[in-house]
Ligand binder design. Structure first.
Ligand SMILES: Nc1nc2c(ncn2[C@@H]2O[C@H](COP(=O)(O)OP(=O)(O)OP(=O)(O)O)[C@@H](O)[C@H]2O)c(=O)[nH]1
Ligand SMILES: [Mg+2]
Length: 243
């Protein structure tokens, strides 16, 4: 299914959240940098991928865009396994979608083997272009992220293209850091005990698989925040192996 020629690593990510929060629009914005006003509610799961450059690495981001409607939840569940990242998406203008995030997070955690805790969770508050109807504040999003070991919180607009590329790219960066620190294994290698959602492409340099040094400890409670171009607070900057 994937072209294995043109990237070093492939990261599988799954997008979940209530129906209508804008998951498919975010995916289209990420892939093609456009907004499709005629988007229809997703049936089952759709797949989109795009290669991004992270320093010297070409990384293929493979997104599983799941359907938020209740009747499709059982299909989505089978995609948690084998994902390096779970993107939890809500609509900042509908508080019920924010309240559902706990359930989506629980769902994600219960559908992974208990010893496989290296998946990265990110939280996305979408539709910030609708300023007058906002029901969930930025602070509420940050609080939830901090209290639930979410690695990254971003507020986005798929309509205006605000922080969509940044959110996915930063998420890929977080995964790459964990791979380089050997906290996440690469499929097919002995350190991948968990079907990590990370695969090597043909460009994968040997240094990736045989990186020096012991695994670094996790950094719970550190959240990368993406909100304002001039205010990107990165609390986790201590642990980047590429800096
Ligand atoms: N104003 C605004 N509307 C948006 C944004 N993103 C999506 N929408 C609208 O929200 C509606 C739902 O978008 P989808 O992308 O289909 O939502 P979804 O989460 O994929 O929904 P399901 O596939 O049913 O799970 C559409 O009418 C979009 O036009 C955004 O950033 N701002
Ligand atoms: Mg959809």
């Amino acid at each position: 299914m994937y072209d294995t020629n043109d990237y070093h690593l492939l990261f599988k990510m799954i997008m979940v959240g209530d129906s209508g929060v804008g998951k498919s629009c975010l995916v289209t914005r990420f892939k093609e940098d456009r907004f499709d006003p005629r988007v229809e509610s997703t049936i089952g799961v759709e797949f989109v991928s795009k290669t991004v450059d992270l320093d010297q690495y070409k990384v293929r981001v493979a997104l599983w865009d799941t359907a938020g409607q209740e009747k499709f939840h059982s299909i989505a569940r089978s995609y948690y396994r084998g994902s390096a990242c779970v993107a939890l998406v809500y609509d900042v203008t509908r508080i019920s979608t924010f309240e559902s995030i706990s359930r989506w997070l629980r769902d994600a955690k219960t559908n992974r083997p208990s010893h496989c805790n290296n998946v990265i969770y990110i939280l996305i508050g979408n539709k910030i272009d609708i300023k007058q109807n906002r029901q969930v504040s930025y602070e509420q999003g940050v609080r939830f992220a901090t209290e639930n070991d979410i690695a990254l919180y971003a507020e986005t607009s798929a309509v205006e293209g605000v922080f969509v590329q940044e959110a996915f790219k930063e998420c890929a960066n977080l995964i790459l850091d964990k791979v380089l620190q050997k906290q996440i294994g690469i499929a097919g290698f002995e350190d991948d005990m968990c079907n990590s959602g990370v695969k090597a492409g043909k460009l994968a340099a040997k240094m990736l698989m045989h990186a020096e040094g012991p695994p670094s400890p996790n950094s719970p409670g550190k959240v990368t925040l993406i909100k304002d171009k001039n205010l990107k607070v990165e609390k986790d900057s201590c642990c980047s192996s590429r800096s």
